[in-house]
Design a protein around this ligand. Sequence first.
Ligand code: C5P
Length: 227
Amino acid sequence: MTVALIVAAGSGERLQADRPKALVELAGRPLVQWSIDALREVAGIERIVVAVPPGTSPLSGVTAVDGGAVRSDSVRRALAAAGGGDPVLVHDAARPLLTAELAERVIAALAHDRDADAAIAATPVTDTVKRVDNAGTVSETLERSELWAVQTPQVFRRAALERALDVSEEELARATDDAWLIERSGGKVIVVRASDENLKVTTPLDLQVAELVLAGRSSRARRQPPA
Ligand code: C5P
């Protein structure tokens, strides 16, 4: 059975809100609640553990733990509180537009590739991406056809994730996602094509776009009631 970890302990300074990002409201619900609700619909998830900012009021139906100083430390703390469960799905609360369908596809992709240690949601990059030095001068243009923008959910074989997280605080602090901790030790990570709708809320503009996506989803649902 799968255990799901949601990391929600970031401060979200770029959102310029009066509270931690995960508690900022999106269409009447705290950001983190959207991910909890999506993961509750996923077949095979037995438990959801959420890493929250210290002092957060209890969230119903999930286990909450205090988050750490950096993102992967929050993952480590949530995993320690998770009890059993394999594989482990990790999701950022900053991506509230997660769907159960995407989470199920990522879980299934890992189940179908016996050699893989992790499967991660991602989209092919549409912008041209250049490497730029500190002085603002372009040093290189990367081959776009090989580039994917990585999202969460990321699903890991539990033993691989435990090994990957068993590193120094410095290494943990360098990780902007957990899959990197697997890649760097030679593990196999596969991508699962996700939708651009699974966006990351970082700025006030992202919050507005997320509201529009949700409005679009509910008007589509009204036009096409489930069979
Ligand atoms: O900072 P970043 O945008 O990479 O954060 C991604 C996710 O990690 C967010 O959902 C945030 O709440 C979470 N996070 C955390 N603990 C931290 C830093 C970030 O749970 N110390």
